[in-house]
Design a protein around this ligand. Structure first.
Ligand SMILES: [Zn+2]
Length: 376
């Protein structure tokens, strides 16, 4: 991959972007340490895995091309995110605006890891990437769940970003930063319907592409008690946000205006959005078993003090296995239920099905082996 990791264009004025930023490496240990960035998939496939199945990398080497313009545009996001992550690690409140920025950053990291692993694994899943980071930031419904596990050595772990499912559908992964575990899920309109927002009524493949025309339908204007399509582990604080910008939907100019009109005329959407022009719904918060509450003011603060310390319930070994299992199973659930298979012609459907079955089987095998990454 020679293209810019942000805009996807050919890089003329070449710089390098660290997928895992330097500030995060410093915050989580020795910045010059080696980190494990997942299994060596090509070696796994041809049976030459050997004694050291994990790919070790110094974070400095885990970098990819970027245009200098894109790189500097995104450095603001990194600066803001650093202070937000520090606040969370220090048990300080953050604002809704900061949470929104943090979710943007997760979009960035998730997509960066996807492109990064594609390169590291020599594109073993044979993907033709249709988007880079730009297109995936703030563009599709997203969820961030935060879990706390005290009494653990500082460090970072990626969970599920090195699977075949993630290569085909980079929509769900886990991430540990010191004593916090994050589960991040993003897919177009995946939470919208259950949040009472407009949802996809019909999807049609655009000829000769992997893109779809999405036809939307007005929602129910009612927020369900559970909006996640599949439950996640208890003990978290989580946030769900519907997104409906121009980036969310493949459309031409005429369609763009129609979509804008469609949303801005919807009173429920208006009352439950952070910024309707940017296509940003409210951030819906769920505390333990209560109903979702829509946060519509950027200034409102979020407090993490209610977050349960899961180290009182689980040993570290059990917790990391349980968390990993959740990520792998969620990935399997998503690829089986959200891949637009129905819209493809029979031949494409058949070859996709084969890839999906293989990827799902891989995740199942890994869960069975109680696979987990060891990063120190
Ligand atoms: Zn660029």
């Amino acid at each position: 991959m020679r293209n810019c990791i942000f805009c996807g264009e050919t890089v003329s004025d070449k710089t390098k972007e660290h997928i895992i930023p330097q500030w995060l490496m410093r915050l989580t240990g020795d910045p010059n340490r080696q980190i494990s960035v997942g299994l060596k998939l090509p070696q796994l496939m041809d049976g030459t895995l050997g004694d050291n199945p994990f790919r070790q990398f110094s974070f400095k080497a885990f970098q990819f091309p970027a245009c200098s313009e894109c790189n500097s545009a995104y450095s603001d996001l990194e600066v803001m995110t650093k202070s937000i992550v520090e606040k969370i690690l220090n048990n300080e409140d953050i604002s809704v605006k900061e949470l929104d920025i943090l979710m943007d950053w997760f979009d960035k990291i998730r997509t960066g890891l996807w492109l990064g692993f594609m390169q590291l694994n020599k594109n073993i899943a044979n993907i033709d990437p249709k988007f880079a980071i730009d297109k995936r930031i703030s563009s599709k419904d997203r969820m961030l769940a935060i879990y706390k596990f005290d009494h653990i050595t500082d460090g970072i772990n990626f969970i599920g970003s090195d699977t075949f499912v993630f290569q085909h559908l980079p929509s769900c992964f886990g991430f540990r930063i010191n004593n916090y575990y994050f589960l991040n899920i993003s897919f177009e309109f995946i939470f919208s319907k259950n949040l009472g927002f407009p949802f996809i009524n019909k999807s049609t493949q655009i000829q000769d592409t992997d893109n779809f025309y999405l036809e939307l339908k007005d929602g129910t204007n009612k927020i369900k008690h559970n909006v996640l399509p599949k439950p996640i582990l208890d003990g978290n604080l989580h946030f769900v946000q519907p997104l409906f910008s121009n980036k969310s939907i493949i459309c031409d100019n005429k369609n763009k205006n129609a979509i804008k009109e469609f949303y801005s005329h919807n009173e429920f959407v208006n009352n439950h959005s952070l910024d309707i022009d940017l296509g940003k719904g409210a951030i819906f918060i769920k505390k333990s078993n209560q109903s979702y509450e829509a946060l519509v003011q950027n200034e409102k603060t979020i407090n993490f003090s209610s977050l349960e310390n899961l180290s009182t319930k689980f040993s570290l070994d059990t917790w990391s296995k349980t968390f990993t299992k959740m990520v792998y199973e969620y990935q399997n659930y998503l690829i089986k239920n959200y891949s637009y298979l129905h819209a493809y012609d029979n031949e494409t459907k058949k070859s996709f099905k084969k890839k999906i079955n293989f990827s799902v089987h891989y995740n199942k095998t890994m869960v069975k082996m109680y696979y987990r990454q060891k990063i120190r």
